[in-house]
Design a protein around this ligand. Structure first.
Ligand SMILES: Nc1ncnc2c1ncn2[C@@H]1O[C@H](COP(=O)(O)OP(=O)(O)OP(=O)(O)O)[C@@H](O)[C@H]1O
Ligand SMILES: [Mg+2]
Length: 151
């Protein structure tokens, strides 16, 4: 079944800024980006607390065939999901810098086989050559968000 929100973004450019009027819109934006991704790609997902980063990643993961829960990692820095491809979902909220962290910290997540989404991307991650998209989500009040995708 195609949701209203899939229809809402149909035919629209993937990149640039869009208005999201609810979680389903943000999931649809994630799903639209997912269709363009390949294993090895890293997607940075930035935005303030509760902006909708995990919601965006959930939409992308669903579109890539993930059926189970997609929630913010809390005890580990990331989750791995299996859809049609392997997906890594990393949240670096507690690690604004990777300086001083163990060097291989992200090795299990950012691999050539996996599509990775990184919430709260630390500076070191932003500089990686494998970054293929940058997403920024901003609060606009109540359920409205601005969702910007750059590739
Ligand atoms: N337009 C919208 N897009 C995304 N989420 C929305 C929207 N409107 C309301 N919400 C709600 O805002 C919350 C966003 O939570 P979510 O966990 O996705 O944010 P987050 O940016 O990952 O937070 P955190 O910074 O804690 O990781 C959810 O409760 C979601 O239902
Ligand atoms: Mg989150």
């Amino acid at each position: 079944m195609r949701s209203r929100n899939t229809v809402r973004f149909a035919g629209m450019a993937l990149t640039g800024e869009k208005l999201s009027e609810g979680p389903a819109d943000t999931e649809a934006a994630g799903a639209a980006l997912a269709g363009e991704l390949e294993p090895g790609d890293v997607v940075l997902v930035a935005g303030d607390l509760g902006a909708g980063k995990t919601t965006f990643v959930r939409g992308a993961a669903r579109a890539l065939g993930v059926e189970g829960p997609v929630t913010s990692p809390t005890f580990a820095i990331g989750h791995l999901y299996r859809g049609r491809v392997e997906i890594a979902h990393v949240d670096l909220y507690r690690l604004p810098s990777l300086a001083g962290e163990e060097p291989g910290l992200l090795d299990d997540y950012l691999t050539p086989e996996r599509i990775a989404f990184v919430e709260w991307p630390a500076e070191e991650v932003q500089a990686l050559a494998s970054v293929s998209a940058r997403v920024r989500i901003e609060h606009l009040g109540e359920d409205r968000r601005s969702v910007t995708i750059e590739r």
